[in-house]
Design a protein around this ligand. Structure first.
Ligand SMILES: C[S@@+](CC[C@H](N)C(=O)[O-])C[C@H]1O[C@@H](n2cnc3c(N)ncnc32)[C@H](O)[C@@H]1O
Length: 651
């Protein structure tokens, strides 16, 4: 895991997101400890390094992979290396809680995060690593009409803060990624690659991701996902007919009416719920004592050349009429099996010799009452785009968002892959259809699934209905939709109180906004930095916590960086006269008081949390007190098993 127990020292909490490259090295080390060695670098210092020759020997026949001169199969595009680098660049940002825009802030486990999803995904790595059961995303399709968020490879948070108007007040506009821009697919791939890579880390081992896409990028997306998730983990390419009537604007007499939902699993052994078999077609008109039955086609799928043993005549023993197979298909069962079925009266013979025998299939003999989930998403069940538009327009009495997905489509995917209590993530949230689907489905099946949505505060165009109705950004629309859905569900229940459900359903959401850290980060100074600049940096770090930060803002940043989820229980406790935050039933104790005492440290040890954090400045430069605190924790930890030790860090 990412948090190391301090051996004999105490550590300072790192103010950054999970170090992905370091995690990858740790993973490699766990698999192949022997390939790690020590070498001297150019400065003569000893550093840890990897012996690639040894690694080759360890992985045997795959060692040809290291042959860089050979031609390789794979996907390349300009900027891929920078995109990989972007994944490894740590984020020092934070998520600031926003009570006034939330509903049931203190109790809800649903999250709505406003910000650029790349930074947000980085920030979620520590707390939500391997915790998400299902991801659904509906990213920009790269049609040339939507804008593609441009990732600045060197300073992505700065780019965001400017964009969201958190730096210069006005916000910065980015233009759409038009086909004329030349690097059309490149920009899109550079945007998607790091996000999908980080999203995979958040999936549970049995987690799945569904991605909506159309013909513009489906081939690139599938290749990209093959690389990130592994080709063997692709478990479905679903087709959705999104339009009911042909597009009259088409110029080729082809109306593109469909799009795709592509599906990958974290590991290949994924199982969907499947669909209930339609038992209505099983009846018993002849009062067969074996019960209800259905007439099932006995035709196969192979020609005589392909499966000669499935091409034979079936003979009715009562009439001696011989029924030849369809020459292109043959039968689905061998002669021996069908002969046995005839003796058991499980074959229905036609009245005329031109007909074909069929199977008399009994409901009682079905091995399961579910059948496969079709890759054809039936629009009768999941709706068309127009249903999504109608649904949202009804909720707002206005058309405020273009082409939202119908919530029934997402509901079906959520239903197929999640159980109660699972976490569902959508980091291209748009009008928050995923939240709508989760809340609705929970109501239907009394579930307690939780959602995490991420949406950029993309400005609404001034001439749009949304802007005129007072929604400045798409994130404003998403939040208002969730509020309206919650209201609707609550109102529907009013008066006919559902006793099973009362008070149990989570009808709330917590709003958090991406912002710069409350802790000042040490800026790496250029070698030529002036003494004045160095002094400035030092002064900033004497008190490195932003004076304007509220305790709650500090708390949420600490939760993120210490690896706690943002929805665990939070209580305040007074211990030896000091106020502490107790998170997740005491797993984390956080003291933001200006001074700490020996009595407090002793009391904390008694409470045995997983982590204790306090301000570095709370020791007021009293090295003796600090050394004693470190000693006390170390002495405690020496007597305990690793899982019972207390991690002590300062801020
Ligand atoms: C196609 S829409 C999603 C529509 C959604 N499925 C619905 O039913 O309303 C894609 C959304 O992703 C958002 N988006 C684009 N780039 C983003 C980024 N870097 N971070 C977060 N959201 C982003 C856009 O603002 C847009 O609202």
């Amino acid at each position: 895991m990412n948090i190391l127990l301090a051996d004999m020292q105490h550590e300072k909490l790192t103010g950054t997101s999970l170090d992905i490259a370091a995690e990858n090295r740790a993973g490699l080390k766990q698999l192949f400890p022997s390939v790690f060695t020590e070498t001297r670098n150019d400065q003569g210092e000893l550093t840890e390094s990897i012996d690639f020759e040894k690694l080759k020997a360890e992985i045997g026949t795959f060692s040809d992979l290291f042959e860089s001169r050979r031609e390789r199969y794979g996907m390349e595009w300009p900027g891929k290396k920078e995109a990989l680098h972007l994944i490894q660049t740590l984020s020092s940002a934070t998520l600031k809680p926003c009570r006034q825009e939330s509903v049931n802030f203190d109790t809800t486990e649903n999250l709505f995060i406003e910000g650029d999803n790349l930074e947000v995904l980085k920030l979620l790595q520590t707390s939500y690593y391997g915790k998400v059961k299902m991801i659904y995303i509906d990213p920009p399709y790269n049609t040339g009409k939507e804008f593609i968020y441009p990732d600045n490879f060197s300073e992505s948070l700065e780019t965001y803060l400017e964009y969201a108007g958190l730096i210069d007040g006005d916000g910065k506009k980015f233009s759409t990624n038009t086909a004329n821009a030349g690097r059309f697919h490149t920009n899109w791939l550079n945007m998607m690659y790091p996000r999908l890579y980080l999203a995979r880390n958040l999936l549970r081992d049995d987690g799945v991701i569904f991605i909506s896409i159309d013909d513009n990028e489906v081939s690139n997306l599938r290749k990209l996902c093959d690389e990130i998730f592994g080709e063997e983990n692709q478990f479905g390419v679903f087709l959705w007919k999104r339009r009911q009537n042909p597009d009259s604007r088409n110029q080729s007499n082809i109306s593109p009416d469909h799009e795709y939902v592509i599906a990958y699993a974290k590991n290949s052994s994924v199982e969907l719920l499947g669909v209930d078999i339609d038992t209505a077609k099983y009846q018993n008109p002849d009062n067969d004592p074996r019960g209800a039955w259905a007439s099932i086609d006995l035709s196969g799928l192979a020609t005589k050349e392909q499966r000669p043993n499935l091409h034979y005549d079936i003979i009715d023993p009562n009439t001696a009429i011989a029924y030849p197979p369809n020459p292109n298909r043959g039968w689905s069962k061998s002669k021996a099996v069908v002969t046995q079925m005839i003796t058991e009266e499980r074959v229905l013979f036609p009245k005329s010799p031109e007909g074909r025998p069929r199977e008399k299939k009994f409901l009682n003999d079905l091995k399961s009452d579910i059948t496969g989930f079709s890759t054809w998403l039936d629009s009768k069940e999941v709706g068309f785009t127009t249903h999504g538009t109608r649904e949202l327009t009804k909720l707002f009495d206005n058309k405020i968002f273009d082409f939202p997905k119908p919530s029934s489509l997402i509901k079906l995917l959520v239903k197929q892959t999640t159980e109660t209590d699972d976490i569902i993530l959508d980091f291209f949230a748009g009008s928050a259809t995923t939240a709508h689907a989760v809340l609705d489905l929970n109501k239907q099946d009394k579930g307690n699934r939780k959602f995490i949505l991420v949406q950029l505060p993309e400005p609404c165009a001034p001439e749009s209905e949304a802007f005129k109705a007072g929604y400045k950004t798409i994130a404003d629309i998403s939040k208002e939709r969730i509020r309206r859905v919650i209201n609707k569900l609550n109102t529907e229940e009013e008066g006919k109180l559902d006793l099973d459900n009362a008070g149990k359903q989570d009808r709330g959401f917590k709003v958090l906004k991406l912002d710069k850290s409350n802790f000042r980060q040490w800026q790496n100074l250029e070698p030529s930095a002036s003494p004045k600049r160095i002094l400035e940096q030092l002064t900033l770090h004497i008190d490195h916590i932003d004076a304007k930060a509220t305790p709650e803002e500090l708390l949420y940043e600490i939760l993120l960086k210490a690896g706690f989820t943002l929805t665990g229980s939070i209580e305040t406790k007074t211990i030896t006269g000091k106020e502490l935050f107790s998170v997740s039933d005491g797993a984390l104790l956080l003291c933001l008081e200006e001074s700490v005492t020996k009595e407090l440290i002793d009391a904390v040890i008694e409470l045995n949390p997983q982590q204790f954090l306090c301000l570095d400045s709370a020791f007021h430069g009293n090295d003796q007190l600090k050394a004693n605190a470190v000693q006390t924790f170390n002495a405690h930890n020496m007597q305990k098993e690793k899982h019972n030790q207390i991690l002590f860090k300062t801020l």
